[in-house]
Design a protein around this ligand. Structure first.
Ligand code: GTP
Ligand code: MG
Length: 195
């Protein structure tokens, strides 16, 4: 999709704030600092529309970005962020679970993991949870500019094995720096959202 128009429609914490209007939604999930907001910026050709930070925990609400009046990208707060209190973490978890498990227009989730590392316990829980709810899922390995191309296959195998992915489950190496993988991520989104 050629993106010209993007609007942050709402930063929501509760279901009554979710937008109506019936557009399909694609959500981004993954641990804090993995690059969810950066992936959104890459997809919409902006440098810093969705706010990013080298400090984990930047995104703290469900941010609904209306893209071309055709689809919402939903930037979800990252999990595994140690600096917030246990109570805040539980509230975050509740907010994310409520959205992902009840939201009718949700057409798919992009689960981001770091291309350089084995999936964490939290990544595995999130993967299992999304699979349990039967939500269409794309696993994206981010920051792949930080590893040599010759190591990409190895990175993919480790992530697939760590998450227990089926061989047919979709996986893409991505980089917000080089835009590697951008077109394929868009293809997946267009397919899920029937654009
Ligand atoms: P939270 O909102 O805290 O959950 O984080 P996030 O997942 O939205 O991460 P964000 O997009 O803010 O990126 C975190 C940091 O990683 C920033 O400093 C980004 O510039 C950097 N980053 C994100 N994607 C990439 C990438 O593909 N390559 C490189 N080299 N750095 C990246
Ligand atoms: Mg963010």
């Amino acid at each position: 999709m050629e993106v010209h128009e993007v609007n942050l429609t709402i930063s929501a914490v509760a279901p009554k704030q979710y937008p109506d209007g019936g557009l399909p939604e694609i959500a981004l999930a993954g641990r804090s600092n993995v690059g969810k907001s950066s992936l959104i910026n890459t997809l919409i050709n902006r440098k810093a529309y969705a706010r990013t930070s080298s400090q984990p925990g930047k995104t703290q609400t469900l941010n609904f970005y209306n893209v071309e009046q055709q689809v919402y990208f939903v930037d979800v707060p990252g999990y595994g962020f140690a600096k917030v209190s246990k109570k805040a973490r539980e509230a975050f978890g509740q907010m994310i679970e409520t959205y992902l498990s009840t939201r009718k227009p949700l057409r798919g989730v992009i689960l981001l993991v770091d291309a350089r590392h084995d999936p964490s316990e939290d990544d595995i829980s999130m993967y299992d949870w999304l699979t349990y709810y039967d939500i269409p899922l794309l696993v994206v390995a981010t920051k792949s500019d930080k590893i040599a191309k010759g190591k990409w296959n190895q990175s993919e195998s480790r992530i697939r094995k760590g998450l227990g992915m089926q061989a047919s489950a979709p996986f893409i190496q991505f980089s917000a720096e080089t835009k590697q993988g951008k077109a394929v991520v868009w293809q997946w989104i267009e397919q899920q959202a029937a654009l």
